[in-house]
Design a protein around this ligand. Structure first.
Ligand code: AMP
Ligand code: GLY
Length: 415
């Protein structure tokens, strides 16, 4: 097959790596990154350029398109491709509303009987404040629409809640923040579940855990994700089957009853609470950086799995998973997720022996690899135990250097 992967981050590099081990396929990417250039042909088409991507898939006679980020899915890329007869792994615009609107996701969960935090939707500060009363710490404030992972707030006190609400309704995220979902704050351990869906069938990939806060000990601002482990230590036998039966399948059935044929990843951010599993959020794409830790763990032919899903084929049974654990640590530019400088030379990649290195914010400048974004590289190693995989990852990571290099030193160790 000729497979087009849309995107240019660490998640997409991991996807291209796994697809490259999955048989003799021709791999192309738009726009890709310097790491992906070693295993795929890159085309400089932006992920927001829907027409450009559809033309590229047609011109290159692509058999399967795998979409990384949510923005083109919410904009309808999968629908446009399917109209042209090109199979796409990624939901259409309607299904992508699960990520594009938190309120839509809540409505689906309520109808499907899927456990989630209680919530209400508001369009002005004073009604929202009245609902929360003095107990800001008991609630979470979420912009309804897409906010590049920055639209969720856990206020410590009422004054903070009020200023968050004012900024959302004042246009901080444009239209995305004009409706605000306020939900009960849940307590427990978080787990990410990635389900490969083909309409009303699905298989569950091994569960993982992201580390969203910038600093050690889960301190500092939220980021796109500073590291991941797969599987988290709390996962017990039967967890995946429970997530499949209690969460993913009911959602797929509810979507189908509304005429939505969901083909792609359904990514459930779950909390293991005292009352059982509850959904924090859905995303309609592979997670980043969890994907970098999950894909090395699976034994399946990924191309075949994604192609079956994209064509609406039958997906049953368990995904065969390797023994042991996988750890991913993200190396970021100093200053991320705030402002940071780019263009620093990256050294040491040639010394890596026992890890995979997936590129995200890298660029080529005069033949040299330099930093080009906030999250620069993901370093990934497998081991017999979680400790083993973390030791290897950190040992290899030490060999990589650039000015301002920053990473968390406690990935997988805060659990
Ligand atoms: P989301 O983007 O919805 O996953 O939210 C980002 C992070 O906010 C999650 O990973 C959780 O750590 C936290 N969060 C979101 N919703 C809740 C909730 N209802 N209760 C507690 N924490 C939450
Ligand atoms: N790991 C969080 C995300 O992909 O949204």
């Amino acid at each position: 097959m000729t497979i087009l992967v849309v995107g240019g981050g660490g998640r997409e590099h991991a996807l291209v790596w796994a697809l490259s081990r999955s048989g003799d396929h021709s791999l192309i990417c738009a726009p890709g990154n310097p790491g992906m250039a070693e295993i795929a042909k890159l085309f400089p088409v932006k992920v927001s350029d829907i027409d450009g991507l559809v033309d590229l898939a047609g011109n290159e006679k692509v058999d399967l398109v795998v979409v990384g980020p949510e923005v083109p899915l919410v904009a309808g890329l999968a629908d446009e491709l399917r109209m042209k007869g090109i199979p796409c792994f990624g939901p259409g615009k309607n299904g992508a509303q699960l990520e594009g609107s938190k309120w839509f996701a809540k409505d689906i969960m309520n109808y499907a009987g899927v456990p989630t935090a209680r919530c209400r939707v508001f369009t002005d500060t004073s009604s929202a404040m009245k609902y929360m009363g003095e107990d800001a710490k008991g609630f979470v404030i979420k912009a309804d629409g897409l906010a590049a992972g920055k639209g969720v707030f856990l206020p410590d006190e009422s004054d903070e809640a009020r200023s968050i609400l004012d900024s959302l309704f004042g246009g901080r995220f444009g239209e995305s923040g004009q409706r605000v979902v306020i939900e009960e704050r849940l307590q427990g351990k978080e787990v990410s579940v990635l389900a490969i869906c083909s309409g009303t069938d699905c298989v569950i990939l091994p569960p993982s855990r992201d580390h969203k806060r910038l600093g050690d000990g889960d301190s500092g601002p939220n980021t796109g994700g500073m590291g991941a482990i797969c599987p988290p230590p709390e996962i017990v036998d039967g967890f995946c089957e429970k997530a499949r039966k209690e969460i993913i399948l009911p959602v797929l059935e509810e979507l189908a009853s509304r005429g939505i044929d969901y083909r792609g990843v359904l990514y459930a951010g779950l909390m293991i609470t005292a009352e059982g599993l509850k959904v924090l959020e859905f995303n309609v794409r592979f997670a980043d950086p969890e994907t970098q830790a999950v894909l090395p763990m699976i034994e399946n032919d990924l191309a075949d799995l994604l192609d079956t899903a994209a064509r609406g084929g039958s997906l049953q049974g368990e995904v065969p998973v390797k023994d042991g654990c996988c750890a991913c640590v993200v190396i970021a530019s100093g200053g991320y997720p705030g402002t940071y400088k780019k263009g620093f030379t990256i050294t040491g990649l040639d010394k890596i022996e026992d890890a995979l290195v997936f590129h995200a914010g890298t660029a080529m400048e005069n033949g040299k690899l330099v930093t080009g974004g906030g999250r620069v590289l993901s370093v990934v190693s497998m081991g017999d135990t979680l400790e083993d995989s973390l030791d290897k990852t950190y040992k290899e990571l030490d060999k990589i250097d650039f000015k301002g290099k920053y990473y968390r030193r406690d990935i997988g160790r805060t659990v």
